[in-house]
Design a protein around this ligand. Sequence first.
Ligand code: PRP
Length: 213
Amino acid sequence: MTNSKLIIALTKGRILEETLPLFERAGIVPKENLRKSRKLFFDTNIDGVQLMLLRGSDVPTYVEFGSADMGVVGKDLILEHGSEGFYEPLDLGIARCRLMTAVRSDREMVSGRISVATKFTNIAKRYFAERGKQIELIKLNGALELAPALGLADAIVDIVDTGKTLKANGLKPQDLIAEVSSRMIVNKASMKIKHEIINKVLGQLNVVVKSDK
Ligand code: PRP
């Protein structure tokens, strides 16, 4: 960890649309338009602070291994990855949604062994195991909502925001697994070595987050 810069990994996509305005209000502004560039690294108005764009599922890994000092990532992906490798000092309160089980609208969650399709395999395993329920896990990376209708799975575990995707695919939400929002995570060694700049960034973000409550 010889890099003297502070690298903040941001999650691409929907979360980014809420992250950038929040960062801007906190006084952290990229020097160019992230959405229009194919670059992955961006300088900001703060000397030595750089932003990096990643897929959400890669943010915990980059931060855990110190390739990024800090990251913005959904709680769902933190729960899936495990959070031993980093600190989670701030809930940004953005990109709120729920991690839920869902089944076909014309069915109930049956007892006995069921098949569950999800990309959140660790979360699903843990959730059903804690309830003493045996499941067969089916790992999918997208279009989960099709699985029950096609007979591939009895249930899914997925993110629900408006609920429109479930409804459009003949599904209904069942049980809440976790409330989700985006969090700031910080590499443990970086927190010691770069505490001054990290505390400055967290402090600036915290002011904005508090004013939104
Ligand atoms: C998530 C999730 C659902 C959808 C739910 O996908 O997997 O498909 O959002 O939103 P709704 O309740 O408002 O319909 P996302 O668009 O984040 O992309 P992903 O499939 O890459 O996770």
